[in-house]
Design a protein around this ligand. Structure first.
Ligand code: NAP
Length: 308
């Protein structure tokens, strides 16, 4: 079953659910998982230079185009600029590097992964324990993101992990408006204020870590309230959570490399939660952030010091 599409502020469309690919390369499962996902209807793939698996994903995509399952234009591919490439002279080359990894002439969406740029060797860690100055202006980085659109390297550009103040600042200088802000959203972090703020600006919120603690701990799918809501529709708790994210107007990007769970996660477009059920799930919000990037707390652009 394919996901319906959502219109972006530049007139282009994005599938209403995507496949997350962070940590999908464990045990060499990434390529197979992406091929299987395409076979069962996934068309939107959330990728990033940081995840280190753009080549595997690219091979899977080429394979599925070659065997006639899809055409390039049926797919929606996102990648992200890593923090060590915010320096204006690095942005276009970083985008080209991701394209070369995928073996594609363009991506559909290119995001600034975090508002925190720094000069650093990543080494083995996702975030360095120390980052050296200068930290780069998000405006200067954005100007280069705009260049990526003008050069035809990406159809759209967006941001990730930006707070409302950073979005406001960016919009004052942007020639091309970001189409999405990708942030953590799940029942324990419902992000109401940020979602409302983005909605008013016609910026779509893409929900990462959509399964929240259920995904993180791989704990049993047995929350009694969610199980009960799910029973009414013949769905699991995880499907109820993903549908909740769609119903509050976000685009969830659950990651899985497991065939059964890949099937479950996209099978959420034949039901809709009632306003009362949405309100019940809203009450799970306890401001639990799974990706707090606490290593970046001393960075001048650390996004999570503000309420939203
Ligand atoms: P997630 O998708 O909420 O959870 C993934 C975990 O849940 C995996 O361990 C997966 O294991 C398991 N899982 C998948 N489907 C399940 C189901 N139906 N029931 C129970 N467990 C299930 O978390 P995430 O991967 O952190 O976030 C999703 C995507 O968002 C990432 O892959 C990445 O693309 C993006 N992301 C972006 C940022 C950012 O800074 N922009 C940060 C974090 C994530 P199996 O694979 O074994 O099924």
């Amino acid at each position: 079953m394919a996901a319906p599409k959502v219109k972006l502020n530049n007139g282009l469309e994005i599938p209403a659910l995507g496949l997350g690919t962070w940590q999908a390369d464990a045990e060499g499962k990434c390529e197979e998982a992406v091929k299987y996902a395409i076979d069962i209807g996934y068309r939107h793939f959330d990728c990033a230079y940081l995840y280190g698996n753009e080549k595997e994903i690219g091979r899977a995509i080429q394979d599925k185009i070659k065997d006639g399952t899809v055409k390039r234009e049926d797919l929606y591919i996102t990648s992200k600029l890593w923090n060590d490439s915010h320096s204006p002279e690095k942005v276009v080359d970083a985008c080209k590097k991701s394209l070369s990894n995928f073996g594609l002439p363009y991506v559909d969406l290119y995001l600034i992964h975090w508002p925190c740029g720094y000069d650093s060797q990543r080494g083995g860690a996702i975030f360095p324990s120390k980052f050296s100055s200068p930290s780069f202006s998000i405006i200067d980085t954005w100007k280069e993101m705009e260049k990526c659109v003008k050069l035809g390297l990406t159809k759209s550009i967006g941001i990730s992990n930006f707070n409302h103040e950073q979005i406001e600042r960016l919009l004052k200088h942007a020639e091309i408006k970001p189409v999405v802000n990708q942030v953590e959203v799940h029942p324990n972090l419902t992000q109401k204020k940020l979602i409302d703020f983005c909605k008013q600006l016609d910026i779509v919120v893409v929900a990462y870590c959509p399964l929240g603690t259920l995904g993180r701990s791989r704990r049993k799918d047995d929350d009694p309230t969610l199980v009960n809501i799910g029973k009414k529709y013949g769905k699991t708790s995880s499907q109820v959570i993903l549908r909740y994210l769609v119903d509050i107007g976000t685009i969830p990007i659950p990651k899985s490399t497991n065939k059964e769970r890949l099937k479950l996660n996209i099978d959420i477009f034949d039901f809709k939660l009632t306003p009362e059920e949405i309100q019940t799930i809203d009450k799970y919000d306890n401001n639990t952030r799974l990706c707090s990037a606490s290593e970046l707390q001393s960075h001048p652009e650390y996004p999570f010091h503000l309420d939203y």
